[in-house]
Design a protein around this ligand. Structure first.
Ligand SMILES: [Zn+2]
Length: 242
């Protein structure tokens, strides 16, 4: 299998994972990856022949250039109107190899109420804690990022963060590979679910700075890659259950 075919399958796998975990609404959302060696990306298509995120196969992944124009893909598979979220992150951040955009309900609730996601847990999920400590960007507008100008504005709002909360809309995550960008999206959603449920139950107590420092330290470096690898394999197995 060529590098491009492997990447296409990986993007499709990420889509199915996010769909299976109910991290989006209906068929919305898309995952992309920087195509090797050229100014183009692989991205999950929309259009009359599309499959919703949960049901994506390699066929649903089309090739689009940095101007947002379709370069290759079957008829009936069109460029998502929010392709500019993706193209602008690839153009402005050379380290980014994968971009995930989904509409997770619980995260959207936090953006609507303008409540921050607090670091409420350590050992439960150290890399999820690190994500919150490193900070999430916010995009205050609740519109579809459907042209170059809005794509540029969104990329500026996201800056160099791993994830951006989009008001009344969803989230975008970016990473050095498909696995990390996907896991980041899952962890942002986990943080929102825990913050939401803890607030329903009572008054969440922040964990101590000492414990934050210890757990964030543990989640960096080589252990980060080990955990990301085992988490990814876990979610791949989850997909294989069907
Ligand atoms: Zn969207």
């Amino acid at each position: 299998m060529s590098d491009l075919s492997q990447l296409r399958e990986l993007v499709a796998q990420s889509c199915r994972m996010l769909g299976k975990l109910n991290l989006t609404k209906e068929p919305s959302g898309h995952v992309s990856a920087r195509a090797p060696g050229e100014n183009s990306i692989l991205i999950k298509a929309r259009g009359p022949e599309e499959s919703g995120l949960r049901f994506v196969t390699g066929r649903d992944i089309i090739i689009v250039d940095f101007a947002g124009k379709k370069v290759a893909g079957d008829d009936g598979l069109d460029v998502p109107q929010e392709v500019f979220i993706h193209t602008w992150l690839y153009k402005s951040r050379p380290e980014v190899q994968c971009v995930v955009h989904v509409h997770p309900l619980t995260v959207v609730l936090f953006t609507i109420c303008n409540k921050p996601l607090q670091p409420l847990y350590g050992a439960y999920d150290p890399s999820g804690l690190r994500l919150l400590v490193d900070g999430l960007a916010t995009y205050p507008r609740s519109i579809t990022v459907s042209n170059e100008k809005l794509g540029e504005e969104f990329a500026q709002a996201m800056g160099n963060k791993q994830a951006c909360l989009m008001r009344g809309h969803g989230i975008t995550s970016a990473g050095p590979n498909v696995e990390e960008a996907t896991l980041t999206a899952i962890k942002v959603n986990d943080a929102a679910v825990i913050n939401y449920q803890a607030n329903l139950l009572g008054s969440p107590q922040p964990i101590s700075q000492e414990d934050i420092d210890i757990m964030v330290g543990k989640s960096r470096g080589s252990s980060k890659a080990v955990h990301a690898g085992s988490n990814w394999r876990y979610y791949c197995k989850l997909l294989d259950e069907d």
